[in-house]
Design a protein around this ligand. Structure first.
Ligand code: GDP
Ligand code: GDP
Length: 434
C-alpha cells in the first residue's frame, strides 16, 4: 500500500508549482469543487523507488480572511486525518505571516511527520532569509525553489525515509474496495453483500488507523473488504463529503486488489466517477464497474443496457476491457454476480502466462503485422515474456526498442487481451533491447 503525502499552506506560496514538478501533469486528477474552493489535486509520484500519492489540499476561498481561515483549518485537519506525512509550505518572499503561525500551531500538535518547506529560495541571499521560519517552532526546515527545482531532492530524500514500507500480506485473500460517489449505494451494497454479522470472520487491523480490512466468507468466496466507511461521520457540509470520499477512495484503492466502482444509474458515469476509475487504473488495480439502482431506470428495453454500456466504454477508452454490471442493491439483482466477477478479475490480475505459450501465440501475430519500419529501419521482435510482478506486465525484446510507438504497443495489448483473459485488469507493455 502506498503512502499519502499532503501539501498544506496558504495560497500563493507555490504549492501547485511544487505539486506539478513532482507529478506528471497528465496523471494528476482534479477534484473541482465549483465556486467555493480552488481545485484540489491528486497524483502519484515516486522518489528513490518509493511511490506515494501526493495531495495538494490547496483550496482557497475567494472571500474574506475569516472564511479563508476556516478553510485552511479544514485543509490542515484533513491532512492530519488522512496523510502519512505532511509538507507545510511557506514563502520566503513573504516571510512568516499570521496564517503561517496558525497552521504551525495546528501542526505542532500532530504526531505525524511534518516537513517545513521554505519555498521560493531561488538564490543564496534568500537562503539566509529563511532562518526566520525557525520561529514557527517546527524545527528543521528545507529550503527549496519549486520553480527551478533546487532543494527539492533533499526534501524528498527525507520524506521517503519516513514513509511506511509497503506491507506484505501474510495470507493472500482478494482485497476488494467498494468506492464511488456519495449516495451511489456503496453502504447498501456492502450490507447486502455481507448480510448478517455472522458472515464476518475476523477483523484485521489495517496498516493505519483509518484503513481496516474485514475478512468475509460469503457465497463460497473468501475475501477482504477494504473499509471506506466513516466518510459521512466526519463530513459536515457537502463539499467536504465529496472531498472526504475522494480522499478515502485514494486510500482504499491503494490498499486493494480489485476496485468495485459503484455508480448511480441515474447520475451516470460522470467526471468524478471517471476520476476514481483512472485512479484505479493508474494504480494497476483490477476494476469492476457496477451500475447500481438499475431498478429506477424506467422504460428499459433490450437496448438500454447496451447503450449504457457503450457510453461508459467511450468514457474509459482505451481501457475498455472492463466488466460492467447492472445491479440493484434494493432488489438484490446481480449482487452475487458482482462478487463472482470481482473474484474473476482478481484471478486475472494474478494470472501468469507461461512464456512458451505466450510466444507461440504472439510471435506469429507479430510476424503477420510487424511494427512499422522507422527511417528505413526494421524492428524485429524476437521474444516476449510476462514479468514476475504482482500485476500483468509484459516485456517484448527487439533490436530497436526506441522505434516501437504507442499504437503498436496498443496492438500488442489488444492481442494479449484477445488471446488470454485479462478482463478488468490494466496491462503494461515494455519494449526492451535484445
Ligand atoms: P499555491 O497557491 O500555493 O498553489 O501557489 P502557486 O504554485 O500557484 O504559486 C504562486 C506563485 O508563486 C506563482 O506565480 C508561482 O510562479 C510562484 N512560485 C512558485 N514557486 C516559486 C519559486 O520557487 N520561486 C519563485 N520565485 N516563485 C515561485
Ligand atoms: P453510499 O453513500 O454510496 O454509501 O450510498 P447508500 O448506500 O447510503 O445509498 C444512498 C441511497 O440510495 C439510500 O437511500 C439507499 O437506500 C439508496 N439505494 C441504494 N441502492 C439502491 C438501489 O439499488 N435502488 C434504489 N432504488 N435505491 C438504492
Amino acid at each position: 500500500m502506498g503512502a499519502i503525502v499532503a501539501i498544506v499552506g496558504r495560497p500563493n506560496v507555490g504549492k501547485s508549482t511544487f505539486f506539478n514538478r513532482l507529478i506528471q501533469r497528465r496523471e494528476a486528477i482534479v477534484d473541482a469543487v465549483s465556486g467555493v474552493t480552488r481545485d484540489r489535486h491528486y497524483g502519484k509520484s515516486d522518489w528513490n523507488g518509493k511511490s506515494f500519492s501526493l495531495i495538494d489540499t490547496g483550496g482557497y476561498v475567494l472571500g474574506s480572511d475569516d472564511v479563508f481561515e476556516l478553510e485552511i483549518d479544514k485543509q490542515v485537519e484533513l491532512a492530519i486525518d488522512e496523510a502519512d506525512a505532511i509538507i507545510f509550505m511557506v514563502d520566503v518572499e513573504a516571510g512568516v505571516t499570521g496564517m503561517d503561525e496558525d497552521v504551525a500551531k495546528l501542526l505542532r500538535r500532530v504526531d505525524k511527520p511534518v516537513f517545513l518547506a521554505v519555498n521560493k529560495v531561488d538564490n543564496a541571499q534568500r537562503a539566509a532569509d529563511s532562518v526566520e521560519f525557525y520561529a514557527l517552532g517546527l524545527g528543521e526546515y528545507y529550503n527549496l525553489s519549486s520553480i527551478n527545482g533546487s532543494g527539492t531532492g533533499e526534501l524528498l530524500d527525507a520524506l521517503v525515509e519516513v514513509l511506511p514500507e509497503e506491507i506484505e500480506q501474510e495470507e493472500e485473500l482478494p482485497r476488494f474496495a467498494v468506492v464511488g460517489r456519495p449516495n451511489a449505494g456503496k453502504s447498501s451494497f456492502i450490507n447486502a453483500l455481507i448480510g448478517e454479522d455472522r458472515y464476518i470472520v475476523t477483523d484485521i487491523a489495517g496498516t493505519t488507523r483509518d484503513s481496516i480490512d474485514t475478512k468475509y466468507n460469503r457465497f463460497g468466496f473468501e475475501f477482504n473488504l477494504v473499509d471506506t466507511a466513516g466518510i459521512r461521520r466526519k463530513a459536515k457540509v457537502k463539499e467536504d463529503l465529496e472531498f472526504y470520499s475522494v480522499m478515502r477512495s485514494v486510500r482504499a484503492i491503494e490498499h486493494c486488489d480489485v476496485v468495485l466502482l459503484v455508480l448511480d444509474a441515474q447520475r451516470g458515469f460522470d467526471g468524478q466517477v471517471a476520476n476514481i476509475f483512472w485512479l484505479a487504473h493508474r494504480n494497476n488495480k483490477g476494476v469492476v464497474i457496477l451500475v447500481n439502482k438499475w431498478d429506477l431506470v424506467e422504460n428499459k428495453e433490450t437496448n438500454t443496457m447496451k447503450r449504457y454500456t457503450q457510453k461508459i466504454k467511450t468514457a474509459i477508452e482505451p481501457f475498455v476491457d472492463v466488466p460492467i454490471l447492472f445491479i440493484s442493491v434494493l432488489t438484490k439483482q446481480r449482487i452475487f454476480k458482482a462478487i463472482e466477477t470481482a473474484v474473476e478479475v482478481y484471478e486475472n490480475r494474478n494470472k501468469k502466462i507461461v512464456t512458451r505459450k505466450l510466444n507461440d501465440v504472439m510471435l506469429p501475430l507479430i510476424e503477420n503485422y510487424p511494427p512499422p519500419a522507422y527511417k528505413g529501419k526494421f524492428v524485429k521482435i524476437k521474444f516476449c515474456t510476462q514479468l514476475p510482478t504482482p500485476y500483468p506486465q509484459f516485456a517484448f525484446f527487439c533490436n530497436l526498442p526506441q522505434y516501437v510507438r504507442e499504437p503498436y504497443k496498443r496492438y500488442l495489448e489488444n492481442k494479449i487481451r484477445e488471446n488470454f483473459d485479462f478482463k478488468g485488469v490494466p496491462i503494461s507493455i515494455f519494449i526492451r533491447k535484445k
